[in-house]
Write a protein of this length. Sequence first.
Length: 132
Amino acid sequence: IDQMNQYYKIRIDTFPKAQQYYDNEEEVAAVINKHWKMRPNKNYEFLDSDSDIMVQLSDVLIGFVRVFHEFLLETPFNQIENIINDMTAHQKECLGYYFDIENYSNQECMYFLNYIGPISTNDKVLKIKSLL
């Protein structure tokens, strides 16, 4: 939990004018709320994912991002082309939509996306994009 607190703190400080919504993690929320209890303009809110459709959508999207990046880390570069070529047209279209969302987000704010990983991951993403 302590490591996650830092993630929230950094995002809240980096984007002070953005209204941010997070899945309600009670331990994290307690620490964050205590840290910023004197802040005049609270720019974040912890919501219950059971009742907030946008948090549910976010959970699905971040789940996909996690699995996709595991795939990028674990799959050798020389297997990427065969895997993408074996995908259905609909699967390729959906993957393309993910890249569209990522590109749109990056155009809106270049600081929004933060990736930490080996350079080979970027090479794999470029290869995938070229095959869609």
